[in-house]
Design a binder for this molecule. Structure first.
Ligand SMILES: [Zn+2]
Length: 536
């Protein structure tokens, strides 16, 4: 157990192991489909006599929660299910008196299994935390400690790999917690997936990949959740570089504010100029050894605004605290390239994260300023709260000039307009190229992140031109689209996609595997995008 004020990054997650099922194996989790009684292999379903149904409630703790004979007749029959009130709906979790768990899996589709896995992980956490808090409170304790499983088994023999991966995603992300507190955090449990000897090797490999994908989401959440008193631009780039140093094949480079000034990163300097914490630029490179199955070079660029007051065009007070997550795009990019390297995917990938704090002071940039970017383009500033595109423009210009990549994908919490258009669960995707757009949609679909392609409208593009500079930062017209068209100016015609995650990067009301706060959205899509590219 740990009790620290600021959690180390990454935070610990539940762990999953794949093991071969044998005669001694007992599954601790009974999946229940919508409207169906649970199927428990090898056991007759008897009546409910002798059971002590024990849903999670005010008193989930019986005198002997494991029961006298767990291998005895199966107590979970249709009557018992009815008695519990279980319907099989995704998210239903019942702790049974014999120590097992009944888990609603809906229709058993991957989307359901992600939600079910997360619900089970949260139920385990809730129980463990109840025990920890009562233990630390020093109050009268029951003579028998409640059952907090540190290890439990789910029988997945015969399940398609995609279903197992979805369950694993849910389990890991449901166990994710970011908390700055002196309250003790209980240790994370282990879940064993029981399978047959013939399926063991393949499932182990699939689950290892799913685990890396989920870890990417969780790390992106950790970075975005970190409060901005800790998370300066320097903290963000140095933390990412330290994590990269642990992964073979990844290299990192950091630009200080002095070097940014020498090399003309005017957008990053303008945005960071109002803060006492200097801006920075991070570059991470993954260069696979051996043959590449995709010869292209992909550059990922993520907005790294570590706090956004709006600058001189200051934001209203309500909701400003959420602006600590305004580097969620950068977090997704950092987490994704770490996972790409850990999975040793055979494609060259570079990540760029321009990091700055958009603050208010006498040295802050102003509406009406003209800023010169890395590639020499000048921008007429209209609103200092449109700072994301200012830092991204420098990074895109750097990528085009210095790296000449085949593909550029940028990710940013960029516009409130995209929240209005698509809500809080769907990312906006713009692409210069139909093939790249299809790949992003396919990747998102496979990992459970939803994207909707938005148009790059010609008549809006005309408004990006400025009379007194090359481009206007805040052209009139639809905000999400005009922001994308502003960025397109800097891509110089290279194949490019822009992901606006202003909506789904944050969550107010948890759903499925997504918890409250920073969601880590886009990290899995980016990793899967590379997997999809390299699998062809
Ligand atoms: Zn802003």
């Amino acid at each position: 157990m740990t009790a620290t004020a600021v959690p180390a990054v990454p935070t610990a997650l539940l762990s999953v192991r794949v093991v071969e099922r044998d005669a001694e194996s007992r599954a601790d989790v009974i999946p229940l489909r919508n409207g169906a009684a649970p199927a428990v292999p090898g056991r007759a379903e008897t009546d409910a006599a002798g059971t002590d149904p024990d849903p999670i409630g005010p008193d989930p703790i019986g005198p002997d929660p494991i029961g006298p004979d767990p291998i005895g007749p199966d107590p979970i029959g249709p009557d018992a299910v009815a008695h519990l009130g279980a319907t099989g709906k995704v998210g239903e979790v019942f702790a049974l008196a014999d120590g097992r768990w009944l888990l609603g899996i809906g229709d058993g589709e991957p989307v359901d299994l992600r939600g079910a896995g997360a619900a089970l992980a949260r139920a385990l956490t809730a129980r463990a935390e109840a025990v920890v808090s009562s233990a630390t409170a020093g109050t009268d304790q029951p003579a028998v400690a409640p059952a907090v499983p540190t290890d439990l088994a789910i029988d997945v023999a015969g399940w398609p790999a995609a279903d197992c991966c979805a369950l694993v995603t849910g389990l890991l992300l449901g166990s994710h917690r970011f908390r700055v507190s002196l309250r003790a955090i209980p240790d994370q449990p282990t879940v064993r997936l029981l399978t047959t000897g013939t399926e063991l090797a393949e499932l182990t490999s699939s689950v290892a990949t799913a685990t890396e994908l989920a870890r990417a989401t969780a790390l992106a959440r950790d970075l975005a959740s970190m409060p901005s008193d800790v998370k300066t631009p320097t903290w963000l780039v140095e933390t990412a570089a330290a994590l990269a140093a642990e992964v073979p094949g990844l290299s990192s480079e950091i630009w200080s504010v002095e070097r940014l000034a020498e090399q003309g990163f005017g957008g990053i300097l303008a945005v960071g100029g109002g803060s006492a914490r200097p801006p920075a630029l991070l570059r991470l490179d993954w260069a696979p050894v051996g043959d590449r199955t995709d010869e292209r070079h992909l550059v990922l660029i993520g907005k790294g605004v570590t706090f956004d007051t709006g600058g001189i065009s200051i934001k209203p007070a309500a909701g400003m605290h959420l602006m600590r997550t305004d580097m969620s795009g950068g977090a997704a990019v950092i987490a994704a390239i770490l996972a790409v390297a850990r999975l040793a995917l055979p494609m060259r990938v570079t990540a760029l994260v321009p990091a700055a704090e958009n603050h208010v002071s006498g040295s802050a940039y102003r509406p009406g300023d003209i800023v010169r970017h890395y590639d020499g383009t000048t921008t007429e500033v209209g609103n200092t709260d449109a700072e994301g595109r200012m830092v991204l423009a420098d990074a895109i210009g750097y990528a085009v000039r210095e790296l000449a990549p085949d593909l550029i994908v940028d990710v940013a919490t960029l516009t409130g307009a995209m929240k209005v258009a698509l809500g809080m669960r769907t990312g906006g995707m713009f692409a210069s190229d139909d093939a790249l757009a299809s790949l992003v949609l396919e990747a998102g679909d496979r990992v459970g992140e939803r994207w909707w392609r938005m148009p790059l409208l010609d008549h809006v593009a005309e408004d990006v031109r400025s009379d007194i500079a090359d481009v206007r930062q805040t052209p009139k017209g639809p905000g999400g689209i005009s922001a994308a068209l502003f960025l397109r100016h800097f891509t110089k015609g290279l194949t490019w996609a822009h992901l606006d995650i202003a909506g789904p990067a944050r969550c107010e009301k948890p759903y499925a595997e997504v918890g409250e706060g920073a969601t880590g959205f886009a990290a899995r899509t980016l990793v899967e995008l590379v997997r999809v590219c390299t699998a062809r």
